[in-house]
Design a protein around this ligand. Structure first.
Ligand code: GRF
Length: 204
């Protein structure tokens, strides 16, 4: 399936998805990397890998979120995009956009949802004294970081962890989890039942 990766920054998860999709047997083809900021570091990495890139600058639209999203839709349509993977995309999307992409848009979040939605997840995990932390890939629904969970990876929190050391170990997990989760979605193996995602086994 033709997939767009939406980024706002360095794009290390994007790079992990590009690496996985370089395998012709991988079920998702990365058709576009789209950033809402021209300075997003991931754009250069995508271009180096020969992937089409586009910038739709959210700042140029001010508070006109629908206008920003219409400009994004035009780019997505131009590249025949069927699936969206948000990878460090720091804009909240409207209900209209999310509804149009329901079941076809996923996000990676650096915590074990439903714990710690939002920002500063590693600092908040340390402050809460949780013994396990990790990352989640979920389908995107209008509530931020709330959609049906597709996959998670957990790691122990170490006694001497700092926000940076913990975040670095979670990020490593993200880079393995996101390609695996996108493969499930692109391979048609994720079905939604009520508020939950169910993973179908591949046919034997
Ligand atoms: C990752 O921690 C991701 O979970 C979060 O934003 C960060 C993006 O990092 N949503 P990168 O741009 O993929 O390196």
């Amino acid at each position: 399936r033709r997939t767009a990766i939406l980024i706002s920054g360095r794009g290390s998860n994007m790079a992990a998805l590009l690496a996985a999709a370089a395998d012709p047997a991988y079920p998702a083809e990365i058709a576009l990397v789209l950033a809402n900021k021209p300075a997003a570091g991931g754009l250069a990495r995508a271009a180096e890998a020969g992937i089409p890139t586009a910038v739709v600058e959210s700042r140029a639209f001010g508070r006109d979120r629908a206008g920003f999203e219409m400009a994004m839709e035009a780019e997505l349509a131009k590249h025949g995009v069927e699936l969206i993977a948000l990878a460090g995309f720091m804009r909240v999307l409207t209900e209209g956009f999310v509804g149009r992409w329901a079941g076809r848009m996923i996000n990676i979040h650096p915590s074990l949802l439903p714990a710690f939605p939002g920002v500063d997840t590693h600092a908040r995990a340390l402050a809460a004294g949780v013994r396990f932390h990790g990352c989640t890939v979920h389908l995107v629904t209008p509530g931020v970081d709330e959609g049906p969970i597709i996959a998670q990876a957990a790691i122990p929190v170490l006694a001497d962890d700092t926000e940076d050391s913990l975040g670095a170990r979670v990020l490593e997990q993200e880079h393995a989890l996101y390609p695996a989760a996108l493969a499930l979605v692109a391979g048609g193996r994720v079905r939604v039942e009520g508020d939950r995602a169910v993973i179908e086994r591949p046919a034997p």
